[in-house]
Design a protein around this ligand. Structure first.
Ligand code: MG
Length: 456
């Protein structure tokens, strides 16, 4: 029996030479059963102790979106892990945080001490929280889970407790300039197998979140001064008409979602959620900005519309009370933003006790490595709700062999150990990120007619 087989059978409930686990433990084959740590376990298996030998970032943009991926290398030949650290609006800052600060903190440490690396990394800058540290930590954290899975010879969903489901239902994005356009887009998505569909519609005269092609080019204006004009009132009046149209034309079976994306004053967000209740949305996302979460208690009392929130959250204090007071139905956290899988697993388990379901953020600015992490967690989370899905283009699939597969509206992953996804570094270099401009400047340049900045 080779080492891989030995590990496989150990994990499947049989010890060395086919001994049941209890018998194997009695014979001292599993030192952890006698209180020894992971290093001793490795020694018990006649494997050398693991050490982190390198930590590096790889920046690539195979779909035109700046992705930050971390590779953690170990002293065991060929054993490395990958993690997603994508904060696309500040990619170079995360790169610096990892290469210049976390790397020297981590070299020589045991990559199997995942919790300790997370805890110590979190306080290593003394000042903590925020998207830069969160994503930097996440890149390392996911890579360590990937290493653990590879060394154990098990996919991560297995290490997380095993599959609770065979596939992961996803929702896709649709949009259009008119009611009929959106209806046609929803029908096309249904034809592709989607049962959960996000719907966004253009507001005449304004650029609207989530509506492709709505932004008008302003070639004569420098990119940092191109303004996107937006007014909340016309949008809030149009959206119920969209839901009404879709329910009348398409019926009740399709699950409809919508993202307000925080763009309206809280009182208008409350009105919209109440207006949409009669159309039975699967969820309405981000009716308030993170600064206005105090309104959720009032919104909950007003309507039974299912509420999703959280892609901008960094720190547990931003979401703990929303979960423990049962004020939201879906947690929409961006896993790399909060520090990676170690933290996300805790959040998912916390949510389980309050009947809050997971809906991890999964747009194009999550790398395929991050999507794989989402799906492994989705598979093993009893209180999974829905996963935002992405159809990876050919370049993404080539740069990241082993991307999750999206078919008939659902994700599956391979049974390969760890995250089950790799990175072709030579190919990644052929899709360099752009530094001019260094980020999408729409976010700070969305303004009302009078020039007031609108929160994204
Ligand atoms: Mg969103």
């Amino acid at each position: 029996m080779n080492r891989r087989q030995w590990l496989h059978y150990s994990a499947a409930g049989m010890g060395a030479a086919g001994l049941p686990l209890m018998a194997a433990a009695e014979q001292g084959l599993f030192p952890q059963a006698q209180g020894a740590g992971p290093q001793a376990v490795a020694q018990g298996r006649k494997l050398p102790p693991l050490r982190i030998t390198d930590v590096k970032t790889i920046l690539t943009a195979p779909a035109g979106i700046r992705l930050v991926v971390v590779k953690v290398t170990t002293n065991e030949a060929g054993l490395y892990g990958l993690g997603c650290a994508t904060f696309t609006q500040r990619a170079r800052v995360v790169e610096t945080a990892i290469d210049k600060y976390l790397k020297p903190f981590l070299i020589g440490k045991d990559p199997l001490q995942i919790e300790d690396v997370y805890q110590s990394g979190f306080v290593s800058s003394y000042w903590r929280n925020g998207p830069v540290l969160g994503n930097a930590l996440s890149g390392v954290d996911m890579a360590l889970w990937d290493i653990l899975g590879k060394r154990a010879g098990l996919p991560l969903y297995q290490l997380f407790g095993g599959k609770c489901r065979e596939f992961v239902d996803t929702y896709t994005h649709t949009s259009g300039q008119t009611l009929r356009d959106v209806e046609n887009a929803v029908r096309a998505a249904q034809q592709r197998g989607f049962r959960y569909i996000r719907v966004q519609i253009a507001v005449p005269g304004y650029s609207t979140y989530g509506v492709g092609g709505a932004m008008q080019p302003q070639e004569d204006v420098p990119v940092n001064r191109r303004v996107v004009t937006w007014e909340p009132g016309p949008y809030a009046r149009l959206l119920p008409k969209l839901f009404d149209h879709l329910r009348k034309q398409i019926g009740d079976e399709v699950e409809l979602l919508h993202d307000i994306h925080e763009r309206v004053p809280p009182i208008l967000g409350m009105q919209m959620c109440r207006d949409l209740e009669q159309y039975r949305p699967f969820f309405i996302e981000d009716p308030f900005s993170p600064e206005d979460v105090g309104y959720f208690e009032k919104l909950r009392a007003l309507t039974s519309t299912p509420l999703a929130m959280g892609e901008l959250f960094n720190n547990p204090n931003e979401y703990l009370s929303l979960i423990s007071n049962r004020l939201i139905d879906f947690i929409r956290i961006h896993i790399s933003q909060i520090g990676g899988l170690t933290m996300a697993r805790k959040v998912g388990q916390l949510c389980e006790f309050f009947a809050v379901r997971t809906a991890w953020h999964g747009p194009g600015d999550v790398s395929p490595v991050g999507h794989a992490a989402n799906v492994h967690l989705d598979l093993a989370t009893p209180n999974f709700g829905i996963q935002e899905g992405r159809q990876f283009n050919q370049a993404e699939q080539d740069v990241f062999p082993g991307c999750p597969t999206l078919r008939n509206g659902a994700y599956t992953v391979t049974d390969r150990p760890g995250l089950g996804i790799d990175l072709n570094e030579d190919l990644a270099r052929k899709f360099p990120i752009t530094d001019d401009p260094p980020f999408d400047m729409r976010w700070g340049n969305t303004r009302r007619r009078d020039g007031t900045v609108v929160k994204p």
